[in-house]
Design a protein around this ligand. Structure first.
Ligand code: AMP
Length: 415
């Protein structure tokens, strides 16, 4: 019998795992620079948390959750997203002031697998709790935008919309339901069902795109406060030089949003699922989950989609240096030298056990090292021979110069 990954899941193996790691690290660093502190929450939570937080009638809750009973009879779910968990953690910690949290981790949705739509996928995100100010929306949008530019998605555009505050939404729902009701015979079955349960979702239904093209849109039904918030948002996007598009039909899949919703769309990414991330304001979520009345805004990006959109890049080298021990009596010297290099921040390795020089060079290439450093008789004079494994250039240098030499060598990104 042989085992394979479960359907819709992936192993992340080298060399792809190097780009994967570097993209994750870049997220941690950028989020920290914007003042977001790292948060980790459990991969499974109570089923009710997601049902309540995301909305019983959302596609994710209705069809895509991995629900299970544990041995104690608790109803649990593998998290389909991370926002609900972070807001739950914030409430549970009881420190109800302003809070800026960043996270990354796997999420699970039972989907029909295809590129960019996996059953296990990674999300990177931030949540900014405690302020209703539009500057928080702008900061979150800017952070995701800058990150995607840094990842190499130069043409990313932020699609933005406002779905208003709950009273605006109620009023708008009845206008929209009536409009949809009049055209029910032209709508898909799912859309017909949603007229009563969640009419907003019909707006971004791909199957009903033509029918809903002329439907009333939320931005035309905003209350005064939500309209002013939206105007300020647009002005702020312009001020910050963020490429954006107003998209009146963007509503996002989850129930908890109010006012601002947004998605990041790189036009060059042609897969069926073209948003690499999105988010919005969710002022009612904390209260909905039994917490204080605390506003919030956040975003989540999909790592798998970012990597597909970035496309193949020349992979960064796996190692800076591979030590080749030409003279076996110097193995322990070589190991000490490896420790020195590693302490200096050089990614360095060598084979275990005695092997021929040829076998060690083969290993250096197989392990994708940028350079080989040969430790032989010239060590006694304090010298080593270094070979650039891309160009084949070879030279002898003092052992003490290897670190600066490595740091000056273009060994690619990913460190
Ligand atoms: P959502 O809140 O559902 O829009 O998810 C936010 C981001 O997570 C999306 O823009 C995707 O990049 C990513 N994402 C959501 N579902 C999946 C999935 N099944 N497979 C891969 N990425 C996903």
């Amino acid at each position: 019998m042989s085992f394979r990954t479960p359907k819709g899941t992936d192993d992340i193996m080298p060399p792809e795992s190097r780009l994967w790691r570097s993209v994750l690290r870049a997220w941690d660093i950028l989020a920290e620079r914007y003042g977001y502190a790292y948060v980790a929450t459990p991969i499974f939570e109570s089923t009710d948390l997601f049902a309540r937080g995301m909305g019983e009638t959302t596609e994710v809750v209705e069809k895509q959750m991995y629900n299970f009973l544990d041995k104690g009879g608790r109803r649990l779910t593998l998290r389909p997203e991370i926002t609900a968990g972070v807001v739950r953690a914030y409430i549970q910690a009881g420190r109800w002031g302003e809070f800026k949290g960043a996270y990354s981790g796997p999420c699970f949705r039972y989907e029909r697998p295809q590129e960019g739509r996996r059953r296990q996928f990674w999300q990177l995100g931030v949540e900014y709790l405690g302020t209703p100010d539009v500057e928080a929306d702008l900061e979150v949008i800017e952070l995701g935008y800058r990150y995607l530019l840094d990842c190499g998605l130069g043409d990313v555009v932020v699609h933005v919309n406002s779905i208003g505050d709950p009273p605006d939404r109620l009023a708008y729902h009845s206008v929209l339901s009536a409009w949809l009701e009049d055209r029910a015979d032209q709508l898909s079955r799912d859309a017909r069902r949603r007229i009563r349960t969640n009419p907003l979702r019909v707006l971004d239904s791909k199957a009903d795109r033509e029918v809903v093209a002329g439907a009333p849109v939320p931005v035309d039904h905003l209350g005064e406060a939500a309209a002013a918030h939206h105007d300020d948002l647009i002005e702020g996007l312009q001020e910050r030089g963020i490429a954006y598009d107003e998209d009146p039909r963007l509503v996002r899949g989850l129930d908890y949003y109010n006012r601002t919703v947004f998605e990041y769309i790189p036009p060059s990414y042609r897969a069926a699922q073209n948003a690499v991330g999105g988010g919005g304001r969710y002022d009612g979520l904390s209260r909905l989950l039994g917490g204080p009345d605390v506003p919030g805004v956040g975003l989540a990006l999909g790592l798998d989609r970012i990597l597909s959109a970035v496309g193949s890049r020349p992979p960064a080298r796996a190692l800076d240096v591979f030590l080749v021990v030409a003279d076996q009596d110097r193995r322990s010297l070589a190991q000490a030298f490896a420790r020195r290099l590693r302490s200096a921040g050089v990614r360095c390795d060598l084979v275990a056990g005695r092997r021929s020089v040829k076998a060690q060079f083969r290993a250096a290439n197989r392990r994708d090292a940028a350079a080989a450093v040969v430790i032989g008789s010239e060590w006694d004079a304090g010298l080593v021979t270094v070979k650039d494994l891309s160009s084949g250039d070879e030279r002898t240098m003092p052992a003490g110069e290897v670190v600066p030499w490595v740091k000056g060598v273009p060994v690619g990104g990913g460190r």
